[in-house]
Design a protein around this ligand. Structure first.
Ligand SMILES: [Ca+2]
Length: 361
């Protein structure tokens, strides 16, 4: 309340008094509104101090929280339970905020526990507000597992919403810029866990979890064992295809993951599966070039020390890394072309550890 009175007096003395020689009804109403708002904001109870306690009509926030109702995440907190949740808070997150969570459960055996971090809901300003996930206890010299930004749709596939940290620690860092905020996120974590289609299970109840990696039961595939190997049995009842150990083999006239599409019509099918043994890791800012028999994936940011070039064999649907002597430094956002039997790479941004650290700040 004192601040409101001071603000009013400052405004009155410095500006309005020069313009008006009398105490206008408008200014009176401003003062009344200011005093009322201040009274409402300063009075509190434990109910509206969402993550804190009400003391002397003010919310005193618990560690990791800030705001008039302690509704915004803040600072750095450490989580040592074997499972838990973390969030930016209820409602929209705050602009210009940085929040960090260090997940470091006590190991119950000799080896460090694999920790699954899973987005249950996520909505941030795409490209401006980010949640970084590191495998380790700091942003320095550790592995960056993922950077989440944008809106997670309900039907999003399992592998885009979760990662597994294997060092025994995971560091999550949320950064929002100076403008525009959205609903934020709810994240769960679980030690000694594997990817799954929901928080309380491992491997979607279609496999065995071993060291953070799912060993899927027969008929199920994917990092979380949540995809049927042969959807709708490849529509074999209609003669569209047959189920094989690698998935549906469609007849020449049919196409698609379940052989339900007319091959003469345009449409998408599955070339390979995420997490397949030969598949390269996910990447951003890379280039794909092709010739008659194969496709090359050149460069890009993969959040790890991976090969610069991977080759996809169209006939066998398999990937293989290409070893090259004297290749240029790893880079992203470059251009590349195949010219006869030569791959020509031009420009781009060279990926360095310094750049990754800068992205995390
Ligand atoms: Ca923003």
């Amino acid at each position: 309340m004192v601040e409101s009175v001071q603000m009013f007096l400052f405004l009155f003395k410095s500006k309005y008094r020069r313009k008006y020689s009398w105490f206008s009804p408008f200014l009176c109403s401003v003062l009344i509104v200011l005093l009322f708002c201040n009274y409402v904001a300063s009075s509190c109870s434990d109910q509206n101090c969402l993550n804190g306690k009400c003391e002397n009509e003010t919310c005193v926030c618990a560690e990791g929280w800030q705001g008039p109702e302690c509704q915004y995440c803040a600072g750095k907190i450490k989580l040592t339970e074997l499972s838990g949740t973390l969030t930016d808070g209820p409602g929209n997150y705050s602009v210009s905020v940085q929040c960090t969570w260090l997940i470091q459960p006590e190991p119950s055996g000799g080896d460090p526990p694999p920790i699954r971090i899973r987005l249950e809901s996520f909505a941030t300003e795409c490209g401006w507000d980010h949640l970084y996930v590191y495998d380790g206890d700091s942003v320095r010299a550790e592995k960056l597992l993922a950077v989440f930004s944008g809106v997670l749709q309900d039907g999003e596939s399992s592998w885009t919403r979760q990662v597994v940290a294997r060092s025994g620690s995971a560091l999550l860092h949320f950064f929002s810029d100076d403008a525009f905020a959205m609903e934020g996120f709810n994240v769960t974590y679980l030690a000694y866990a594997c990817p799954s289609d929901e928080h309380y299970t491992n491997c979607s109840n279609h496999g065995v979890c071993e060291g953070g990696i799912c060993k899927c039961a027969e008929g199920w595939v994917g990092e979380a064992c949540d995809e049927p190997l042969c959807p709708d049995d490849c529509n074999s009842a209609y003669g569209a295809g047959l189920c094989t150990p690698t998935g549906c083999e469609c007849t020449p006239s049919r196409a698609g993951a379940d052989c339900s599409r007319d091959a003469a019509l345009a449409g998408w099918g599955r070339a390979w599966r995420e997490g397949a043994p030969t598949a390269p890791p996910p990447a951003a800012g890379h280039v794909m070039v092709a010739n008659q028999h194969y496709v090359l994936r050149v460069g890009g940011e993969t959040f790890g020390d991976d090969h610069f070039v991977y080759r996809y064999n169209v006939a066998t649907r398999t990937w293989a890394p290409l070893e090259a002597r004297g290749s240029p430094a790893p880079r992203l956002l470059h251009t590349a072309i195949l010219f006869r039997h030569e791959l020509i790479v031009y420009g781009g941004i060279v990926v360095t550890e310094e750049m990754r650290r800068y992205l995390a700040q």
